[in-house]
Design a protein around this ligand. Structure first.
Ligand SMILES: Cc1cc2nc3c(=O)[nH]c(=O)nc-3n(C[C@H](O)[C@H](O)[C@H](O)COP(=O)(O)OP(=O)(O)OC[C@H]3O[C@@H](n4cnc5c(N)ncnc54)[C@H](O)[C@@H]3O)c2cc1C
Length: 478
């Protein structure tokens, strides 16, 4: 596959194009010991794939918001690939990202925008990223970290130097990668971006682990080992979120995978690899997308909580009002971060309008603590209602009369209450819900190390506050 601009590329895709490409280039997924031949029909994956395809249809249904004319071909392409030069362009990207997030309610962390924004950030440095992805409207997964074997030592010091993916061989045509990376969410897509692994040591021993590249998901030697699916193959009624938004996570094995030079954008330069994320602005553009996701998720959980409270007449209790208030404050906090990031955006050294980092950094450090609490609030409001939940089959069975009577609620009848509480269960208690909590805790990195990076990254602002206190102390002594 050529990395040069592709004149046959059609620009923005529709759902049917996405499904067709996945059938023609099946990602190398393995599920419960077997290779998946067709992700579009596999019971563990097809629900998530169908939602992914629907997102691409949505971008045509809302083409004024989601598409723009390609600067190279003139064809409509996804706005998530736009390199904003003005504040208005930046806001137009937010609006486009909101469409997919509103559609998935933030429950599909990896709508394609997430990596599209990262790649657009990186694109300042490489033609492939800019041109090829945009014109072909590709959807990417990514993998950053090494297997969780021994976190106390570096990659090169693991029991086997090829545990973490590293360069095995370099040829005139490219590099050969052997080893493993975890984790890749949304492997049901076209290509994988292997991010430069961060925090490598500037020593020769770590150089073979320093690379960044992107390759198709059907590249020979590449294997995705999927976790068990959280889509249990049930109806939208029984499993409203899991049946729609199962995006899957996979460990990625590189069994001597050949990567041609035109697909490599960083190699052996440890310092550049460690800095790539921040210097290119990729981290800012990804976090921008993440905050749009957080807002959709806050809206969803707040709306859900309100419906639960209303159904069972619990609004009369003060602690319930306090919990609703907490959810509302979370939503407004995320909205304020987004707005500040947009309002204080400025052109970066590549001429791209970059959202302000401080509010985004605050958002990405705060949300991993907010989301588990939001789920806890749903559990506290729903209480036993979250397990007293008949299935669609029960409703059609011989006990239907009992169910209609005993599952009624103050303001809704059983037929309205049951889908509501099933949704609350899938948001707060099911396997899907638990994975969402783990996702929000960790997907952007270890919160402990992110906090450390925040403190060192915002030293100037912290010092300014310290100066004010110092001045106050001095004043009191005068
Ligand atoms: C659902 C889910 C989806 C994900 N999707 C992706 C994806 O698509 N792409 C991707 O690249 N990554 C993905 N990740 C991985 C994510 O980047 C990591 O979870 C995160 O960086 C933390 O790394 P880890 O999970 O290996 O935890 P570890 O690094 O193994 O940490 C385990 C524990 O040890 C502590 N610890 C380890 N090292 C240190 C240290 N040096 N200092 C202090 N404490 C330490 C941590 O705080 C933590 O409590 C995903 C994770 C999850 C849970």
């Amino acid at each position: 596959m050529s990395a040069s601009p592709d004149s046959s590329a059609a620009g923005a895709r529709r759902g049917s194009d996405v499904l067709q490409r996945l059938r023609e280039h099946p990602p190398a997924l393995w599920y419960r010991g077997e290779q998946v031949r067709d992700v579009t029909s596999h019971p563990a994956l097809r629900g998530g794939v169908a939602t992914l395809a629907s997102l691409y249809d949505l971008q045509w249904q809302q083409r004024d918001v989601m598409l723009y004319a390609s600067p190279s071909s003139g064809k409509p392409v996804a706005r998530a690939f736009l390199m904003a030069r003005t504040s208005e362009e930046l806001r137009s990207i937010t609006r486009a990202m909101q469409v997919w997030e509103d559609h998935t309610h933030g429950m599909m962390g990896r709508v394609p925008d997430y990596i599209s924004r990262a790649m657009t950030g990186y694109a300042a440095g490489a033609a492939y990223l800019d041109e090829y992805l945009r014109e072909n409207d590709l959807c990417l997964t990514h993998t950053l970290i090494a297997p969780q074997a021994n976190r106390a030592v570096s990659l090169a010091q693991q029991a086997d130097p090829y545990l973490a993916a590293r360069v095995k061989e370099e040829t005139d045509a490219g590099i050969v990668i052997r080893g493993c990376r975890m984790l890749a969410t949304l492997p049901i897509c076209d290509e994988i971006m292997v991010f430069p692994s961060t925090l490598l040591r500037a020593v020769e021993e770590d150089a073979p682990y320093a690379f960044g590249f992107a390759i198709p998901n059907d590249t020979p030697g590449l294997r995705f080992l999927c976790r068990e699916s959280l889509d249990y193959g049930r109806s939208h009624f029984d499993h409203p979120l899991g049946s729609r938004f199962e995006e899957m996570d996979a460990v990625v094995v590189f069994d001597d995978v050949f990567v041609p030079w035109e697909r490599v954008f960083l190699y052996r330069d440890v310092t550049r690899c460690n800095q790539a994320y921040v210097r290119t602005g990729a981290i800012v553009h990804m976090t921008h997308q993440v905050v749009v996701k957080n807002i959709a998720k806050c809206e969803f959980i707040l709306g859900l909580a309100h419906l639960l409270v209303n159904a069972i007449g619990a609004e009369v209790f003060q602690h319930i009002q306090e919990k609703l208030a907490e959810l509302w404050v979370n939503l407004e906090t995320m909205r304020a971060f987004l707005r500040t990031a947009e309002a204080d955006a400025a052109r970066d050294e590549w001429g791209i309008m970059r959202p302000a980092w401080s509010p985004l950094d605050a958002a990405r450090n705060l949300f991993p603590r907010l989301y588990p609490r939001m789920v806890e609030i749903i559990q506290q409001i729903g209480a036993s209602g979250l397990v007293a939940m008949p299935t669609e089959a029960d409703l059609k069975g011989p006990l239907a009369e009992d169910i209609r009577k005993y599952y009624q609620a103050a303001r809704v009848d059983a037929l309205e209450r049951i889908p509501l509480f099933r949704l609350a269960w899938d948001a707060a208690l099911s396997g899907f819900a638990t994975r969402q909590v783990l996702y929000e805790r960790f997907f952007f990195g270890d919160p402990v190390r992110m906090a450390g990076a925040l403190v060192s990254g915002h030293q100037a602002e912290i010092q300014q506050c310290a100066e004010k206190v110092r001045a106050f102390i001095k004043q009191a002594q005068e």
